[in-house]
Design a protein around this ligand. Sequence first.
Ligand SMILES: [Zn+2]
Length: 266
Amino acid sequence: MSKLIPGQLPLSNHAIKDLTKIRIEDSQNLFSQCNEELREIMDQYMQNVTDTEELKPMFQTLSECSEKLGQQERKYNQLGNNLELAKRQYIKESEGNQPVTFDTWNSFVNDSTNIPNLQSLLAEDRSSQLKERSLGQQNLRHVENSKLLRVLPLIWDNPRCIIPDDNDEEDDLMIDGGIIELTCPITCKMYEEPLISNQCGHVFDKSGLQEYFRTERTRDCPQTGCSKHLRINDFIPDPIMKLRCRIAAVKEKEQETKEAEKLDVL
Ligand SMILES: [Zn+2]
């Protein structure tokens, strides 16, 4: 008996229209909210720090939660992006297909090889394409929160440690021995409100910068050897430096208490 039913058929124009409407729910807000909550918990811990050893495992857990949340978010975004790409590819590949009618039916029975298959399009590996697409989708605050939570355990161990840059793996090679200064080059005191230049990445305290830019709107970066022309508006808050200073202050205080106790015993 000869075959009467095609292996597969192209979607009708009507169905293609419906296909374009299928989207995964936008959960960016949900992820941001979760991250914000983790950050709030972190801030609360920070405000009530008394015993640094007790806090360490909590910070470790927070950081792990944030990491897992980030993984889920990436997965979710990839799912959505993959769906979009598969839809587009389906529509593009469908362009040459004739509509399904009684007249064209037999041609589909004889040869259905040109008809795109949505299921296999969805399953296609698009890792490289997806990597490019997922960039730049998160808002800045969200990125900042997850980065803070990620670096927390490192800074907790050593507030002056250099953090390897996620975007530049070669930086790993330069970590040995380096430390981050927690004092502002202008005020020569520990940062109170650290601001970072979005032009050159140099950090100064707000009070120092206000003084530095008091007379001229544009000046060379206060960092020795940096020739960037900057305005005070080129500086934005640096939460990581702030975190470093807070943790360093907590640890110093704890050290002082310990030493005072030692003296008492003697
Ligand atoms: Zn600079």
